[in-house]
Structures are given as structure tokens and as C-alpha cells.
Design a protein. Sequence first.
Length: 209
Amino acid sequence: MLGWDSLVGFFTALLVALSQAYGGNLGLAIITVSVLTRLALLPLSLQIARRALAQQRILYGLKADIKKLRQRYKSNPQELATNLSELYQQHGVKPVSSGNLAGGAVQALVGGGLYAALARGLARGRSFLWIGNLGQPDAVLAAAAAAITFAASIVAPHLPEQSRIVTAILPTLLTLFLAWRLSSAIVLYWASSAAMNGVQALILRGHGR
């Protein structure tokens, strides 16, 4: 796993260098790296999100046709799958896109590398704002991360208006549950990334009007 170790080592070195540039402020270094990596990936993220929204709109328009096919072939799953595939092909729907898979893999690789760098104990004993030890959980930060996640989720353009709040609650509760147990350094990265998700969602909503 030389490639993975090199990636984690790169993020570790970057965090250390930025922390030193900020006078030992690791928290600010984490926020900077999180925001910069998300900004670098923003064109790719927006492209993936726009494709997903376009596919979603097509599928919404095909709801009646899909329902008819499900009723007609409810006792024949193989025939249903064949007809659904033909319907999707006719309207340009690609349930799995190679571009989306590649883009998602890049995002996961970068996020995972930064996450692994923070998990190596780099933040142990470091303080930031009210947080005495970035290596330990912090209740206030966990609540803030959950609030940011809720705000970012509720502005997501793909959520149906009638269930927007209910749909946003699940990721919020999951964030709160995990952030309550993870080190503050990781939660700080998580909260920064969630804030960038909100920015991306607002850009998509603005272009969708």
C-alpha cells in the first residue's frame, strides 16, 4: 500500500506545515486543507451532482411508465428488469455512470487520505478555540457539526420539498452520533467538509433556477 501511505504522508506533512505557518494552530490548518481540497474538487463534484440531478428529473418524468411496468411484470422479475433497462436506454438514463464512479473514487480517496492523516494522533494535545484537546471528542463541536450537516442537507437540490426536513434529519442524527465519539480534529474536518457541501448545494440551486 505504498501509494496509500504516500497519500496519507502527504496530507500529514501538509497539515504539519500549515500548522507551523499558523503558529501551531492545527485547527486552522485542518479547516484550510479541508476547504482547499473541496474547492479543488468542486468542478468535478458539481459535474457529478448535475448529472445526478438530470438523471433524477428524467426518472421523475418516467414514474408513471415505471409503475405500469412493475404492475405488468410483477410476477416476472427478469422480464421487468429487461423492460426497465430498455426504458432507461430510450431516455438516456444510466443507473451507474463510469464518470460518476471515477469522480466518487477521487473524492473518497482525498477525503480518506486526510481522514487517515488526522487519525494518526497528529491532533493529540493540540487546542483550538474552546477545544482543549483536538484529539478528544467535544460536545459543542459535535452539536455544531450536526447543525452544519442539517443546514447543508436541507438546501440540497435533489430533496423533494414535501419531505426536505424529514430527509435531512437522518444524516444530522448520524453526524451527531459519530461526532460525539470521534476526535475533535476529525469532526472539525467533517464540519468543514459539510459546510462545503452546503456551498455546492447552493451553487446547484442557483444554476437550477
